[in-house]
Design a binder for this molecule. Sequence first.
Ligand SMILES: [Zn+2]
Length: 90
Amino acid sequence: MECQRCLTGKEAKYRVYTDLIDMKVCEACADEARRLGIAVEVLDREKKKQRNGLRQLLFPLEHAAGKLHRFTHSCHQKAQRMLGDVHSSQ
Ligand SMILES: [Zn+2]
């Protein structure tokens, strides 16, 4: 099967997917997808997908949750600093 993204006729060895896209792509396109933070799955593992499907689905979610945690944590620190400025009598 050929890459569905770059149309150079390279063999599609990976599957990239988000809520919006789900396509089979070549190695170069898979690398680009990884850089963009898109989930990439090796097509050879397709046979084991039933068993690993949940883990593969959960990983990007866990990743996003980690980012969100850091984001909210830094907001929390910023809020504490602002409060500290207000109550600077300490
Ligand atoms: Zn490609």
